[in-house]
Write a protein that binds this ligand. Structure first.
Ligand SMILES: N[C@@H](CCC(=O)N[C@@H](CS)C(=O)NCC(=O)O)C(=O)O
Length: 191
């Protein structure tokens, strides 16, 4: 497998997932300044011209959620996702999609001081944080003691927020971020 990657990018999320899977892979460094993510070769892998992208034989996968879903299913021995027929599967898929369809844009609104309107397609960030606090329950992870790819996707967004804004006034989320950051494979940013 090849991961198209730059450490100062969201590709750190896909790398975290690969490392949680103990996968063997090759890093293809992408220089964003040189616009290596806009070349015709790269656009054949990811037509949106963004990283990360993963190539696995004939499979080309872009979008972190898709990459994490793909890897969790490819490496069942890593036990990072409920099986297709497991009752937890629906909630798992929902949280995966929620991470970049609602949580991330709501955080971006908050960081940029933009009002979130009901027509946005996502809630305001305060509500999103309450949703995740509810989903965490007593934790330590979104599925109790079971660390899954949903923690990679949801957790990475809160890790980025701490990086940009420092700790929040939400002890439950901050304790969750602390737990994630103590994992050996956790994403490294900017390194
Ligand atoms: N929703 C995408 C976001 C990917 C993304 O926005 N990547 C940024 C880096 S953090 C990028 O490649 N930006 C370069 C550009 O758009 O020119 C995912 O999660 O994979």
């Amino acid at each position: 497998m090849k991961l198209y990657y730059n450490p100062r990018s969201r590709a750190a999320i896909a790398k975290w997932m690969l490392d949680e899977c103990a996968a063997e892979y090759e890093i293809v460094p992408i220089d964003l300044q040189k616009r290596e993510h806009k070349t015709p070769e790269f656009l054949r892998i990811n037509p949106t011209g963004k990283i990360p992208a993963l190539v696995d034989g004939a499979s080309r996968i872009f979008e972190n959620v898709a990459i994490c879903l793909y890897l969790a299913d490819k490496f069942p021995e890593a036990n990072l996702a409920p099986r297709l027929d497991a009752p937890e599967r629906g909630r798992y898929l929902s949280l995966m999609v929620y991470s970049t369809s609602q949580l991330e844009p709501s955080m971006r609104d908050e960081l940029m001081g933009v009002e979130t309107i009901p027509q946005s397609g996502w809630t305001d960030f305060q509500t999103a944080q309450e949703v995740i606090e509810g989903e965490l329950g007593d934790g330590p992870y979104l599925f109790g003691e079971w660390f899954t790819a949903a923690d990679v996707m949801i957790g990475s967004i809160f890790i980025y927020r701490r990086l940009w804004r420092g700790s929040s006034e939400r002890p439950k989320i901050e304790a969750y971020v602390d737990r994630l950051l103590s994992r050996p494979a956790v994403m490294q940013m900017g390194g």
